[in-house]
Design a protein around this ligand. Structure first.
Ligand code: RP5
Length: 155
């Protein structure tokens, strides 16, 4: 199983690369691609429609401004969709967050915080770890290591 990492523009890569770094750390296969809900709607639909058949477990979608990417992805698939609102130039990402988080009932997008690509990837890992025991062990180790760092922190 793999995860799709979509973004609306190459300008989102600086943030979305954080998700890819998590997948590399966990040894999760992923596919990254730039597709836009507005600039390339037909190509986006084609990509998402057969994502389940191509072995995807979840799709992460990062976009900024009028950030409709994750919602449109969710409209075309019943795979779990995780949205990453990207900090925008004009409104600091509040526009991205609000246009992503309030999905109509029945078409969910799990929206993380502004620029929260790392958490989006960790959520995808958690979804896959429900059935993947090896990944569950890695996730537990990740949490334990994180806790250790907090408890050993010196000021
Ligand atoms: C959105 O518009 C993209 O996801 C990006 O966050 C934002 C700006 O895109 P560019 O104008 O930098 O291509 O579609």
């Amino acid at each position: 199983m793999k995860v799709g990492v979509l973004m609306g523009s190459t300008s989102d890569w600086g943030v979305m690369s954080g998700a890819c770094a998590i997948f590399e750390q966990f040894g999760v296969e992923y596919e990254k691609k730039v597709l836009s809900a507005h600039r390339t709607p037909e190509a986006l639909e084609a990509y998402v429609r057969d994502a389940r058949e191509r072995g995807f477990a979840a799709i992460i979608a990062g976009a900024g401004g009028a950030a409709h990417l994750a919602g449109v992805v969710a409209a075309f698939t019943t795979l779990p969709v995780i949205g990453v609102p990207i900090k925008s130039r004009s409104l600091e990402g509040l526009d991205s967050l609000l246009s992503m988080v309030q999905m109509p009932s029945g078409i969910p997008v799990a929206t993380v915080g502004i620029d929260g690509a790392k958490n989006a990837a960790l959520l995808a890992v958690a979804i896959m770890a429900v059935t993947d025991k090896e990944l569950k062990v890695k996730l537990d180790e990740f949490r334990a290591e994180q806790a250790r760092k907090v408890l050993e922190a010196e000021l």
